[in-house]
Design a protein around this ligand. Structure first.
Ligand code: GTP
Ligand code: MG
Ligand code: ZN
Length: 275
Protein backbone atom coordinates (compact mmCIF):
# COMPACT_ATOMS: atom_id res chain seq x y z
CA UNK A 1 0.00 0.00 0.00
CA UNK A 2 1.21 3.52 -0.76
CA UNK A 3 0.14 7.03 0.13
CA UNK A 4 -1.43 9.14 -2.59
CA UNK A 5 -3.70 12.15 -2.90
CA UNK A 6 -7.17 12.25 -4.40
CA UNK A 7 -7.13 14.83 -7.19
CA UNK A 8 -10.55 14.31 -8.79
CA UNK A 9 -13.75 12.42 -8.07
CA UNK A 10 -16.32 11.51 -10.72
CA UNK A 11 -19.12 9.40 -9.24
CA UNK A 12 -17.38 6.36 -7.73
CA UNK A 13 -14.08 6.83 -9.55
CA UNK A 14 -11.41 8.52 -7.49
CA UNK A 15 -8.34 9.70 -9.34
CA UNK A 16 -5.35 9.25 -7.04
CA UNK A 17 -2.00 10.89 -7.71
CA UNK A 18 1.09 9.00 -6.62
CA UNK A 19 4.68 9.51 -7.69
CA UNK A 20 3.76 11.43 -10.84
CA UNK A 21 1.17 8.88 -12.02
CA UNK A 22 -2.62 8.95 -11.80
CA UNK A 23 -4.62 5.92 -10.69
CA UNK A 24 -8.41 5.70 -11.07
CA UNK A 25 -9.52 3.93 -7.89
CA UNK A 26 -12.64 2.68 -6.16
CA UNK A 27 -13.12 2.70 -2.42
CA UNK A 28 -13.41 -0.27 -0.11
CA UNK A 29 -16.99 -1.29 0.50
CA UNK A 30 -16.64 -0.48 4.18
CA UNK A 31 -16.49 3.25 3.32
CA UNK A 32 -20.16 3.30 2.42
CA UNK A 33 -21.16 1.38 5.53
CA UNK A 34 -19.15 3.70 7.74
CA UNK A 35 -20.33 6.75 5.79
CA UNK A 36 -16.80 7.79 4.89
CA UNK A 37 -17.01 10.27 2.02
CA UNK A 38 -13.65 10.97 0.36
CA UNK A 39 -12.89 14.52 -0.79
CA UNK A 40 -10.57 15.94 -3.41
CA UNK A 41 -7.46 16.89 -1.47
CA UNK A 42 -7.61 13.84 0.80
CA UNK A 43 -4.45 11.87 1.36
CA UNK A 44 -5.14 8.16 1.27
CA UNK A 45 -3.55 4.76 1.49
CA UNK A 46 -4.28 2.80 -1.66
CA UNK A 47 -3.31 -0.31 -3.56
CA UNK A 48 -1.93 0.80 -6.93
CA UNK A 49 -2.24 -2.69 -8.46
CA UNK A 50 -5.83 -3.31 -7.43
CA UNK A 51 -6.84 0.35 -7.74
CA UNK A 52 -8.52 0.32 -4.35
CA UNK A 53 -8.46 3.09 -1.73
CA UNK A 54 -8.06 1.42 1.65
CA UNK A 55 -7.99 4.35 4.02
CA UNK A 56 -8.51 8.12 4.09
CA UNK A 57 -5.85 9.80 6.23
CA UNK A 58 -6.80 12.48 8.78
CA UNK A 59 -7.63 15.87 7.27
CA UNK A 60 -6.10 19.19 8.23
CA UNK A 61 -9.40 20.87 7.32
CA UNK A 62 -12.33 20.49 4.97
CA UNK A 63 -14.80 22.69 3.18
CA UNK A 64 -18.34 21.71 2.24
CA UNK A 65 -18.83 24.04 -0.66
CA UNK A 66 -16.76 23.35 -2.69
CA UNK A 67 -16.11 19.91 -1.22
CA UNK A 68 -12.34 19.88 -0.71
CA UNK A 69 -9.84 19.14 2.04
CA UNK A 70 -6.34 19.96 3.24
CA UNK A 71 -6.39 23.55 1.99
CA UNK A 72 -3.99 26.34 3.00
CA UNK A 73 -5.54 29.31 1.25
CA UNK A 74 -8.43 30.32 -0.97
CA UNK A 75 -8.45 32.72 -3.88
CA UNK A 76 -11.91 34.25 -4.03
CA UNK A 77 -12.32 35.05 -7.70
CA UNK A 78 -14.65 38.03 -7.77
CA UNK A 79 -15.91 39.50 -11.00
CA UNK A 80 -16.88 43.16 -10.98
CA UNK A 81 -19.44 42.71 -13.73
CA UNK A 82 -20.95 39.85 -15.70
CA UNK A 83 -21.70 38.37 -13.15
CA UNK A 84 -22.11 41.59 -11.16
CA UNK A 85 -20.03 42.31 -8.10
CA UNK A 86 -21.88 41.23 -4.97
CA UNK A 87 -20.54 42.30 -1.60
CA UNK A 88 -22.92 39.81 -0.01
CA UNK A 89 -21.36 36.93 -1.90
CA UNK A 90 -17.83 38.19 -1.29
CA UNK A 91 -18.51 38.30 2.45
CA UNK A 92 -20.02 34.83 2.33
CA UNK A 93 -16.89 33.40 0.77
CA UNK A 94 -14.67 35.31 3.20
CA UNK A 95 -16.60 34.23 6.28
CA UNK A 96 -16.60 30.57 5.26
CA UNK A 97 -12.85 30.59 4.63
CA UNK A 98 -12.24 32.37 7.93
CA UNK A 99 -14.34 29.82 9.84
CA UNK A 100 -12.32 26.98 8.35
CA UNK A 101 -9.03 28.80 8.97
CA UNK A 102 -8.21 29.00 5.28
CA UNK A 103 -6.34 32.18 4.37
CA UNK A 104 -8.46 34.30 1.99
CA UNK A 105 -7.07 36.17 -1.00
CA UNK A 106 -9.36 38.32 -3.16
CA UNK A 107 -8.78 38.38 -6.92
CA UNK A 108 -10.95 40.73 -8.96
CA UNK A 109 -11.73 40.03 -12.61
CA UNK A 110 -13.33 41.75 -15.61
CA UNK A 111 -12.03 45.21 -14.71
CA UNK A 112 -11.64 45.67 -18.48
CA UNK A 113 -15.43 45.58 -18.95
CA UNK A 114 -16.15 48.58 -16.74
CA UNK A 115 -16.15 52.32 -17.37
CA UNK A 116 -13.53 54.25 -15.44
CA UNK A 117 -16.03 55.78 -13.05
CA UNK A 118 -17.72 52.49 -12.16
CA UNK A 119 -14.37 50.81 -11.72
CA UNK A 120 -13.21 53.52 -9.31
CA UNK A 121 -16.34 53.20 -7.19
CA UNK A 122 -16.05 49.43 -6.88
CA UNK A 123 -12.33 49.59 -6.21
CA UNK A 124 -13.01 52.02 -3.39
CA UNK A 125 -15.42 49.56 -1.80
CA UNK A 126 -13.01 46.68 -2.23
CA UNK A 127 -10.16 48.72 -0.73
CA UNK A 128 -11.96 48.31 2.60
CA UNK A 129 -11.02 44.63 2.47
CA UNK A 130 -7.43 45.50 1.72
CA UNK A 131 -7.38 47.72 4.79
CA UNK A 132 -8.61 44.76 6.82
CA UNK A 133 -5.47 42.95 5.72
CA UNK A 134 -6.77 40.71 2.95
CA UNK A 135 -4.56 40.58 -0.13
CA UNK A 136 -6.44 42.07 -3.09
CA UNK A 137 -5.15 41.43 -6.61
CA UNK A 138 -6.48 41.73 -10.14
CA UNK A 139 -6.39 38.80 -12.54
CA UNK A 140 -3.70 40.46 -14.67
CA UNK A 141 -1.22 40.40 -11.77
CA UNK A 142 -0.13 36.92 -12.72
CA UNK A 143 3.38 37.20 -11.36
CA UNK A 144 2.13 38.23 -7.93
CA UNK A 145 -0.51 35.50 -7.92
CA UNK A 146 2.05 32.87 -8.92
CA UNK A 147 4.26 33.93 -6.05
CA UNK A 148 1.42 33.35 -3.61
CA UNK A 149 0.96 29.76 -4.85
CA UNK A 150 4.44 28.49 -3.96
CA UNK A 151 4.38 25.69 -1.38
CA UNK A 152 0.66 26.17 -0.79
CA UNK A 153 -2.51 24.31 -1.60
CA UNK A 154 -4.86 26.94 -2.98
CA UNK A 155 -8.55 26.51 -3.74
CA UNK A 156 -9.96 28.81 -6.43
CA UNK A 157 -13.50 29.62 -5.47
CA UNK A 158 -16.09 32.15 -6.54
CA UNK A 159 -19.27 32.63 -8.46
CA UNK A 160 -19.87 30.70 -11.65
CA UNK A 161 -18.58 32.68 -14.62
CA UNK A 162 -16.29 34.83 -12.44
CA UNK A 163 -13.21 33.58 -14.28
CA UNK A 164 -11.62 30.93 -12.04
CA UNK A 165 -10.62 28.58 -14.86
CA UNK A 166 -9.57 31.51 -17.07
CA UNK A 167 -7.26 32.72 -14.32
CA UNK A 168 -5.79 29.26 -13.81
CA UNK A 169 -5.11 28.99 -17.54
CA UNK A 170 -3.24 32.30 -17.38
CA UNK A 171 -1.21 31.01 -14.45
CA UNK A 172 -0.33 27.80 -16.29
CA UNK A 173 -1.15 27.43 -19.98
CA UNK A 174 -0.56 23.71 -19.77
CA UNK A 175 -3.68 23.25 -17.66
CA UNK A 176 -5.90 23.93 -20.69
CA UNK A 177 -9.03 24.18 -18.57
CA UNK A 178 -12.38 24.60 -20.24
CA UNK A 179 -13.82 28.09 -19.89
CA UNK A 180 -17.36 29.39 -20.43
CA UNK A 181 -18.76 31.67 -23.08
CA UNK A 182 -19.05 35.41 -22.41
CA UNK A 183 -21.88 36.25 -24.73
CA UNK A 184 -24.81 35.03 -22.72
CA UNK A 185 -28.09 36.85 -22.45
CA UNK A 186 -28.27 36.49 -18.69
CA UNK A 187 -24.69 37.51 -18.11
CA UNK A 188 -24.18 34.47 -15.93
CA UNK A 189 -21.97 31.52 -16.50
CA UNK A 190 -23.34 28.05 -17.04
CA UNK A 191 -21.22 26.06 -14.62
CA UNK A 192 -18.52 25.27 -17.12
CA UNK A 193 -16.36 23.52 -14.52
CA UNK A 194 -18.32 20.50 -13.34
CA UNK A 195 -16.04 18.81 -10.84
CA UNK A 196 -13.31 19.81 -8.42
CA UNK A 197 -9.81 19.04 -9.73
CA UNK A 198 -6.43 19.39 -8.10
CA UNK A 199 -3.39 20.30 -10.21
CA UNK A 200 0.26 20.76 -9.43
CA UNK A 201 1.70 24.05 -10.65
CA UNK A 202 4.07 26.84 -9.57
CA UNK A 203 5.60 24.55 -6.92
CA UNK A 204 2.26 24.29 -5.25
CA UNK A 205 -1.17 22.77 -5.68
CA UNK A 206 -4.27 24.49 -7.04
CA UNK A 207 -7.88 23.37 -7.08
CA UNK A 208 -10.30 24.51 -9.76
CA UNK A 209 -13.89 24.23 -8.56
CA UNK A 210 -17.37 24.62 -10.02
CA UNK A 211 -18.82 28.00 -9.14
CA UNK A 212 -22.15 28.54 -7.48
CA UNK A 213 -24.32 31.48 -6.71
CA UNK A 214 -25.74 30.57 -3.33
CA UNK A 215 -24.01 29.69 -0.08
CA UNK A 216 -25.77 29.22 3.19
CA UNK A 217 -24.66 29.45 6.76
CA UNK A 218 -27.12 27.17 8.47
CA UNK A 219 -24.52 24.88 9.90
CA UNK A 220 -22.40 27.63 11.42
CA UNK A 221 -23.13 29.11 14.83
CA UNK A 222 -23.71 32.83 15.33
CA UNK A 223 -20.53 32.87 17.40
CA UNK A 224 -18.51 31.37 14.54
CA UNK A 225 -19.90 33.92 12.11
CA UNK A 226 -19.26 36.81 14.49
CA UNK A 227 -15.65 35.77 14.99
CA UNK A 228 -15.12 35.50 11.25
CA UNK A 229 -15.82 39.25 10.82
CA UNK A 230 -12.23 40.01 11.69
CA UNK A 231 -12.61 43.76 12.21
CA UNK A 232 -15.12 43.26 15.04
CA UNK A 233 -12.28 41.96 17.21
CA UNK A 234 -10.84 45.45 17.51
CA UNK A 235 -13.89 46.63 19.44
CA UNK A 236 -14.23 45.63 23.07
CA UNK A 237 -17.87 46.15 23.87
CA UNK A 238 -19.36 46.53 27.35
CA UNK A 239 -20.60 42.94 27.27
CA UNK A 240 -17.78 40.55 26.55
CA UNK A 241 -20.12 38.33 24.54
CA UNK A 242 -21.83 41.29 22.82
CA UNK A 243 -23.62 40.08 19.70
CA UNK A 244 -23.38 43.58 18.19
CA UNK A 245 -27.10 43.57 17.48
CA UNK A 246 -29.49 44.85 20.15
CA UNK A 247 -27.01 45.80 22.86
CA UNK A 248 -27.20 49.47 23.86
CA UNK A 249 -23.55 50.39 24.15
CA UNK A 250 -22.13 48.38 21.32
CA UNK A 251 -18.85 49.69 19.96
CA UNK A 252 -19.25 47.79 16.68
CA UNK A 253 -22.53 49.57 16.01
CA UNK A 254 -20.88 52.86 16.90
CA UNK A 255 -18.04 52.09 14.47
CA UNK A 256 -20.61 51.46 11.74
CA UNK A 257 -22.19 54.81 12.51
CA UNK A 258 -18.78 56.50 12.48
CA UNK A 259 -18.10 54.82 9.10
CA UNK A 260 -15.13 52.90 10.46
CA UNK A 261 -16.85 49.63 9.62
CA UNK A 262 -18.37 49.34 6.16
CA UNK A 263 -22.14 49.53 6.63
CA UNK A 264 -22.86 46.96 3.93
CA UNK A 265 -20.56 44.50 5.63
CA UNK A 266 -22.26 44.99 8.99
CA UNK A 267 -25.63 44.51 7.27
CA UNK A 268 -24.29 41.25 5.82
CA UNK A 269 -23.38 40.18 9.35
CA UNK A 270 -26.98 40.74 10.44
CA UNK A 271 -28.24 38.75 7.44
CA UNK A 272 -25.84 35.89 8.02
CA UNK A 273 -26.80 35.38 11.68
CA UNK A 274 -30.53 35.55 10.96
CA UNK A 275 -32.16 32.17 11.47
N1 GTP B 1 -13.55 40.50 -20.29
C1 GTP B 1 -13.13 39.59 -19.42
N2 GTP B 1 -13.63 38.34 -19.51
C2 GTP B 1 -13.19 37.42 -18.62
C3 GTP B 1 -12.24 37.73 -17.61
N3 GTP B 1 -12.04 36.62 -16.88
C4 GTP B 1 -12.82 35.66 -17.40
N4 GTP B 1 -13.52 36.13 -18.47
C5 GTP B 1 -14.51 35.40 -19.28
O1 GTP B 1 -15.57 34.97 -18.45
C6 GTP B 1 -16.12 33.74 -18.92
C7 GTP B 1 -16.23 32.74 -17.78
O2 GTP B 1 -14.93 32.39 -17.35
P1 GTP B 1 -14.59 30.99 -16.67
O3 GTP B 1 -13.12 31.00 -16.42
O4 GTP B 1 -15.15 29.85 -17.41
O5 GTP B 1 -15.36 31.17 -15.29
P2 GTP B 1 -15.40 30.15 -14.05
O6 GTP B 1 -15.33 30.98 -12.82
O7 GTP B 1 -14.38 29.11 -14.22
O8 GTP B 1 -16.87 29.54 -14.18
P3 GTP B 1 -17.44 28.10 -13.68
O9 GTP B 1 -16.49 27.07 -14.15
O10 GTP B 1 -18.79 28.01 -14.31
O11 GTP B 1 -17.54 28.18 -12.19
C8 GTP B 1 -15.19 33.30 -20.05
O12 GTP B 1 -15.79 33.59 -21.27
C9 GTP B 1 -13.95 34.13 -19.86
O13 GTP B 1 -13.29 34.37 -21.09
C10 GTP B 1 -11.72 39.09 -17.55
O14 GTP B 1 -10.91 39.48 -16.72
N5 GTP B 1 -12.22 39.95 -18.50
MG1 MG C 1 -14.48 27.06 -14.34
ZN1 ZN D 1 -20.95 45.01 20.39
Amino acid sequence: MVEGQIIEIVSDLHLVSFSGEKYPCKCRGIFRKKNIIPLVGDYCLFNPEKHIIEKILPRKNELHRPRVSNIDQGIIVTSLINPDFSINLLDRFLIILEIHRIKPIICITKTDLLEKEELLQLKKKISYYEKLGYPVLANNQIKEIKNLLTNQTTVFTGQTGAGKSTLLNKIDQKLELKVGEVSEALGRGRHTTRVVSLYETCNGKVLDTPGFSALDFEKYSKEQIKNAFIEFKHYHCYYKDCSHTNEQECLVKKAVKDKKILKERYDNYLKFIKR
